[in-house]
Design a protein around this ligand. Structure first.
Ligand code: NAD
Length: 491
């Protein structure tokens, strides 16, 4: 029998250490200053205010961005109303589809520019913005372009009508992709929009504004207002808005719901999550480990549907956690523009502080922390991939959304216990099930209270598939035919 002793690279004199592989940035032009897109024109804010957006990996200021005040919100809503009344509500579905197809194609053509800008402004690894955010954003526009002239088939006998002006407020974790999720169905269904990107990641939404101009979308059909919470609050409260679509924290979602109560405005909320990723003893362990890593360390864990609670069957807990730790030690943390990087920068100083506070609570409450050894850059906002074992259900790290690269491990013995623990959360956005048995997957899918359930995979997205939550994860669905429902009035 052949000698099976592994030969190390070092013993052969080979140096297999990674060499840096930075993505080029010379094709991305960041302006010093950005205005607001209102009525098809880039304008200075009436508020006279602005704020800075920084690269979270270097803390270098990238640009000064306008901060829209109440007067700007009013101008943008008026522009959206005028575009709705005069142009968009009279534009046929086939014509609307042409604009959406055009936007999708331009996004594909300019994908590299967008991916690099997304990474510079938000901190996510270039391989993710390049291979996930951009292709999915374009796919959303393609998908809803296909529906624009088929609404009567989507809702047979229901005479679907657009709602009017939609106010859309989005978060910083998937800035361009969330803009695409919001804009594509709204425009396909014949609504006009005022979009507010998050304050830490405005740049790709502003570049998308340029793409809309390039696609010759009629002025005012999409208006883009940059700003922080106050801008968002003014926008959703504006009396001439017909529909509000919000993605962000549960806390702000609840505040918006209170503002809108009794107003007759339509509302969809995509909020936080604390997903259970459940691994049974018959699961393919190596694939499960990959799924766990993807579930929580993808996008630094800044993912509302992240698999942040690992529920592992007790009999395999020890070997699985040992494999997981070995795998975590191979994750490359650092420069998000490096094509080898797996875990990039934390989006902001504020988010880093929130993660650190919750991790400290986990240690104080008695959980055992593991972080693989890795060097972190001297500047910027960073957090090592982290796993907590010995976690009780009552610990804050098992209950609260950390929105960072931090996994809490709990164990179970029976499927019933797994379901009970998985559902023991105020959230209900997503879940994962890893098992060899199809019947068990179907059984759990029926009993888990979560909007999206992945089986033997995690964090898979597709524009044809509805996404959304139960309980404090919000209501309404984005994606698929369901995503159109939020933007039409049905008789
Ligand atoms: P956040 O709620 O503070 O901010 C989200 C957006 O809302 C930003 O654009 C912000 O400027 C705006 N905003 C803040 N206060 C507002 C107010 N009072 N009225 C109107 N708009 C306001 O959330 P965040 O910390 O920026 O984002 C992280 C959160 O978003 C996490 O909790 C995460 O789970 C959630 N999220 C959910 C989904 C989903 O699809 N369910 C997707 C991504 C993020």
């Amino acid at each position: 029998m052949a000698d099976q002793t592994p030969v190390s690279a070092a013993s052969l004199g080979l140096d297999l250490a990674y060499a840096p592989a930075p993505e080029a940035t010379d094709h991305v032009r960041i302006r010093e200053h950005y205005g607001l897109l209102i009525g098809g024109k880039w304008v200075e804010p009436a508020s006279g205010k602005g704020f800075k957006t920084v690269n979270p990996a270097t803390e270098v200021v990238l640009a000064e961005v306008a901060e829209a005040g109440e007067e700007d919100v009013d101008l943008a809503v008026k522009a959206a109303r005028a575009a709705y009344d005069k142009v968009w509500s009279k534009t046929s579905g086939a014509q609307r589809a042409k604009y959406l197809f055009r936007i999708a194609r331009i996004l594909q053509e300019r994908a590299r520019e967008f991916a690099v800008l997304e990474t510079i402004d938000g901190g996510k690894p270039i391989k993710e913005s390049r291979d996930v955010d951009l292709p999915l954003a374009a796919a959303h526009f393609f998908y809803y372009a296909g529906w624009a002239d088929k609404l009567d088939y989507a809702f047979p006998g229901r005479q679907p009508q657009p709602l009017g002006v939609a106010a859309q407020v989005i978060p910083w974790n998937f800035p361009l992709l969330m803009a695409a999720w919001k804009l594509a169905p709204a425009l396909a269904a014949g609504n006009t929009v005022v979009l507010k990107p998050a304050e830490t990641t405005p740049l790709t939404a502003l570049l998308l504004g340029e793409v809309l101009e390039q696609a010759e979308l009629p002025p005012g059909v999409v208006n883009i207002l940059t700003g922080a919470g106050a801008t968002g609050a003014a926008l959703v409260a504006h009396p001439d808005v017909d529909k509000v679509a919000f993605t962000g924290s549960t806390e702000v979602g609840k505040a918006i719901q209170r503002t809108l109560a009794g107003s007759g405005k339509r509302l969809t909320l995509e909020l936080g999550g604390k997903a259970a990723n459940i691994v049974f003893d018959d699961a393919p362990i190596d694939q499960a480990v990959e799924g766990i890593v993807n579930g929580i360390y993808f996008n630094q864990g800044h993912v509302c549907c992240a698999g942040s609670r690992l529920l592992v069957q007790e009999s395999i807990a020890e070997p699985l956690i040992a494999k997981l730790k070995r795998r975590m030690a191979t994750l490359r943390v650092g420069d998000p523009l490096d094509k080898n990087t797996d875990v990039g920068a934390i989006n902001s100083r504020q988010q880093l502080a929130r993660i650190e506070e919750l991790v400290a609570s986990g240690e104080a409450e008695g959980a055992e922390l593991y972080q693989p050894p890795c060097d972190l850059p001297a500047r910027g906002f960073w957090f090592r991939p982290t796993v907590f074992t010995g976690v009780a259900q009552s610990y804050r790290i098992a209950q609260e959304e950390i929105f960072g690269p931090v996994l809490s491990v709990l164990t179970f013995r029976t499927p019933a216990e797994a379901v009970e623990k998985a559902n023991n959360t105020p959230y209900g956005l997503s879940a994962g099930v890893w098992t060899d048995k199809g019947s068990r997957i179907l059984d759990l899918a029926n009993r888990l209270r979560a909007g999206v359930i992945w089986a033997n995979t995690f964090n898979r997205f597709d524009p044809t598939s509805p996404f959304g939550g139960y309980k404090e994860s919000g209501f309404g669905r984005e994606g698929g035919l369901h995503g159109l429902t939020a933007y039409v009035d049905l008789s």
